[in-house]
Design a protein around this ligand. Structure first.
Ligand code: GLU
Length: 329
């Protein structure tokens, strides 16, 4: 029997319309999920499909409320014996963090696969249909179980935990950096690089079933001449956590360190990540995290660190406890 894949549409360029093929201007999130699926020939050979529209937005407008709505829907759909896998269409701008968030909150071993595209649905050589085709093939593959959320684009299968958007226009816009791809896929054929699945971003640790919102976490970008004004603004605005996209291995100006250490003493959880695309932020290397009360993000970038910290803060404000959650990821 064919595997049953339920598709959840959220918008993005994959659902976008480009009125003039000779001009790159376009509007994201113009087509619904049924239109997108009907535009892909032969999908019914891969799986039995059903679909629903969760939202239809450019993923720059993704927020914590929609994350919780989407997570609850994914968990409901996968809890049903009538569904073998979920496929989510999504804009590429925030695909990596939505995917990682879902890895942390999905209460099922069944595959969760996300697809986007770099070219709008009406563009010449639109990449969306091939990505949907390959995404359905991956979702329908029983070997995709227990691998955390997967992202399929440009014939590549990424663990959402590792994927980073590294380009803004080329269809080859995602990289899994030094951790590498989960596999490759072409014309519906799927090759896994690790035969034995193992949970990435899981096992599920956060139950979001009863959550109406997530604690506020702000990201601050470190740079030469960094002041403390935006740190003050984040705290005044109610942030319970701050992620610094630090220079180098999670560094920042002396005055920023001093201000954030004071914030940490007063209960704000401060995570040091990096603005460097291929980064490893180790604890107690150049900075004394123990003394300052900071958390080191390892190789989780700032956007993914925000997702994990927001979920961690639903349980604890103890930086050591939060550090242990980052260490497990
Ligand atoms: N801003 C759009 C989005 O993220 C465009 C990026 C894309 O989908 O490729 O939804």
């Amino acid at each position: 029997m064919k595997r049953r894949v339920h598709v959840l549409g959220t918008g993005g360029t994959i659902a976008g319309a480009q009125p003039d093929p000779g001009h790159y201007g376009y509007t994201a999130a113009q087509f619904g999920i049924d239109w997108l699926l009907n535009a892909v020939p032969g999908l019914d050979r891969l799986a039995t499909l059903s679909g629903e529209q969760v939202v239809n937005i450019g993923s720059q407008d993704m927020d914590d409320g929609i994350w919780l709505q989407l997570a609850r829907r994914v968990n409901e759909v996968l809890a049903s014996p009538a569904t073998d896998a979920a496929l989510i269409t999504h804009g590429t701008d925030t695909l990596e963090e939505t995917g990682y968030f879902l890895s942390l909150v999905t209460a099922s071993d069944k595959p969760v696969v996300m697809v986007g595209s770099m070219r709008p649905a009406t563009a010449i050589s639109a990449d969306g249909p091939a990505n949907i085709y390959n995404g359905v093939a991956v979702a329908a593959d029983p070997r995709a179980c227990r691998r955390g959320t997967l992202i399929v684009l440009n014939d590549e299968i990424h663990h959402a935990r590792n994927a980073v958007k590294t380009g803004t226009s080329n269809p080859s816009a995602f990289s899994s950096m030094s951790r590498g791809l989960a596999g490759i896929t072409s014309a519906g054929r799927v090759e896994w690089f690790e035969r034995e699945p193992h949970p990435i971003g899981g096992p599920p640790r956060f139950d979001v079933g009863g959550l109406e919102s997530l604690p506020r976490v702000d990201i601050l970008h470190a740079h030469a001449n960094m002041s403390i004004d935006l740190i003050d603004a984040a705290i005044a605005g109610g942030a319970r956590g701050i992620v610094v996209a630090g220079v180098g291995a999670g560094n920042m100006s002396a005055r920023a360190i001093e201000r954030l250490a004071r914030a940490a003493q007063h209960g704000t959880v401060v995570v040091r990540s990096s603005r460097v695309v291929s980064a490893m932020v180790l604890r107690n290397a150049e900075l004394d995290d123990d003394g300052l009360g900071f958390v080191a993000a390892g190789d989780l970038n700032a956007a993914k660190s925000r997702a994990l910290l927001a979920l961690a803060l639903t349980r604890t404000s103890d930086p050591q406890h939060v550090q242990s959650m980052f260490d497990q990821n």
